[in-house]
Design a protein around this ligand. Structure first.
Ligand SMILES: Cc1cc2nc3c(=O)[nH]c(=O)nc-3n(C[C@H](O)[C@H](O)[C@H](O)COP(=O)(O)O)c2cc1C
Length: 490
């Protein structure tokens, strides 16, 4: 053993003392028994190695205690070899130590939603794991979940009350407040009943209400017995949830409490172990962050964006048109105007225009977004069309066009085609309302913001820039700075 390497007591060691015997359980499952003086020596050395020390320091320590000099290959050297083999001590080399597993960004906020599955009895271990990984945790639980675990235990861990009810709790409207607080919602264990509530939009438990109300990513870990899991109704609900943009974890093979305690073959249905569920949660958050940095180009890529996230959580989502955009629109749109909404997404602008009696053509690259938009407002007569504004098939002559955050996603070539097409699509005297990121936001969002100068170059003499206002892009989490331009077709 090198004299310079340092040793320390293993962070997790399998050791017990009984009378004058010390038992070390090795990683191979073999038990090493030390008796009498050997056991005493092991206990001294293990105590001394709670701090990292070199073998020489260990020998010096034992010599000082015993008052005897120890030579080469002494009992201490042999004992250190045995303790290392048994995993009771480990080499401590801070500089070359393997990097700790990547931590999630510190203190992402997770609402752990417990439903009444048997796995809820392990909820304190789940909370401890989440805290250990750096998450700030709050807990919501159905009445049935609290048959399996005590709110008292969970509250000792998180130092907050467990939300148990929509109508009573820490705040006036607990489910909405928790939903807004969350960076992520983890429904674990998700029972068949809770899956059904989530798939059908049923808010009558605190757990389903938080998970349905939040704009944060929702990670669902179904957990139930094999028979329940295989039911067509349960599978239908699981498929629906994945289609709705929730992250649904596949189950593992595990035990069923309905089987006799000594005869429990492993069957597919229970959620994976706690550490795996937490890894999936971290993965979902990391992929989501990485995904938002790359600008999708094709319809298929945009479809993926809309499929991977609850629409309300997308950074550009708003449930009402930005005040300044709407004010400009109302001022400039003639009565019963023919309106083009470019990159309509979930159709907020298109719907507002249709509600004001205009005829609206709403286009987007993503068929999925259009389908969603159509489903949200089926009674309104908007023409929802899959179309690429940089290569459009439209030929109508529009009175007004609106672009909230589309142009700044385009490459310079595509932006040039966009400008050419708009010159064809807008009637003389018609207006283009255009919102782009302000210059300082470009780097942060990977977009190409515009200024009055760049727009003048892009549109040439086809358009006149008649207004240029400071603005923002209100979204679910933040409101990056923007410019709102009004251009008139010459
Ligand atoms: C001992 C026992 C264990 C249960 N374990 C599960 C389970 O793991 N998964 C599940 O979906 N339902 C399980 N159930 C049934 C649920 O508790 C029941 O469907 C309940 O309606 C769930 O309500 P909740 O989703 O509002 O908590 C279990 C029931 C009992 C009595």
């Amino acid at each position: 053993m090198s004299e310079t390497a340092r040793l320390r007591r293993a962070r997790v060691a399998r050791i017990y003392d009984a009378g004058d015997t010390t038992v070390l359980l090795g990683p191979d499952g073999r038990a090493h028994q030390l008796h009498a003086e050997s056991a005493q020596l092991a206990r001294v050395v293990l105590g001394f190695l709670l701090q990292p020390r070199s073998p020489r320091e260990v020998v010096a320590h034992v010599e000082a205690l015993s008052g005897a000099a120890l030579g080469e290959g002494s009992v201490v050297d042999q004992l250190l070899g045995l303790l290392l083999d048994a995993g009771a001590i480990e080499r401590f080399e801070p500089d070359s130590a393997p990097a700790a597993p990547a931590s999630p960004p510190r203190h992402d906020r997770v609402v752990l939603c417990l439903a009444g599955g048997v796995a809820a009895m392990h909820a304190p271990a789940m909370v401890a794991r989440l805290l250990d990984r750096g998450f700030e945790v709050r807990v919501a639980a159905t009445k049935n979940a609290l048959r399996f675990v005590s709110a008292y235990a969970l509250e000792r861990l998180v130092h907050r009350p467990v939300a148990q009810d929509l109508y009573e709790g820490e705040t006036a409207v607990p489910h909405i407040d928790l939903a807004a607080w969350a960076d992520a919602v983890l429904v674990w264990p998700a029972t068949a009943t809770t899956l059904s509530r989530l798939a059908t939009g049923n808010f009558d438990s605190i757990v389903s209400a938080v998970a349905l109300a939040t704009a944060a990513p929702v990670i669902i870990a179904p957990s139930m017995n094999a028979g329940m899991y295989a039911r067509a109704a349960v599978q239908r609900n699981i498929e629906q949830l994945a289609r709705d943009g929730l992250h649904v974890i596949h189950p593992s093979f595990g035990i069923e409490v309905a089987d006799p305690p000594l005869d429990r073959p492993r069957k597919l249905g229970p959620a994976p172990p706690i550490e795996v569920v937490v890894q999936m949660l971290e993965t979902a958050l990391a992929l989501r962050r990485a995904g938002t940095r790359v600008t999708p180009r094709s319809g298929a890529e945009w479809d993926q964006v809309y499929a991977s996230e609850r629409p309300e959580r997308l950074p550009w989502y708003t449930d009402r048109v930005d005040d300044d955009l709407l004010a400009s629109f109302e001022r400039l749109a003639p009565r019963h105007a023919l309106v083009l909404d470019i990159g309509t997404g979930l159709g907020t602008m298109a719907v507002a225009a249709a509600e004001r009696g205009h005829r609206v053509v709403a286009t987007d690259l993503s068929g999925r977004a259009l389908e969603d938009a159509r489903r949200r407002s089926p009674e309104l007569s908007v023409l929802w069309l899959e179309d690429d504004i940089t290569n459009t098939r439209r030929r109508s002559s529009f009175d007004i066009a609106v672009d909230r955050g589309c142009l700044h996603l385009l490459t310079p070539d595509a932006a040039a085609r966009y400008a050419e097409n708009l010159a064809t699509l807008l009637a003389p005297g018609g207006h283009l309302l255009l919102k782009t990121h302000a210059t300082e936001e470009g780097d942060r969002h990977g977009t190409m913001p515009h200024t009055a100068e760049t727009l003048a170059r892009l549109f040439g003499s086809a358009f006149e820039i008649v207004e240029d206002h400071a603005s923002t892009f209100p979204g679910p989490a933040q409101a990056p700075a923007a410019r709102l331009f009004v251009l008139r077709r010459a």
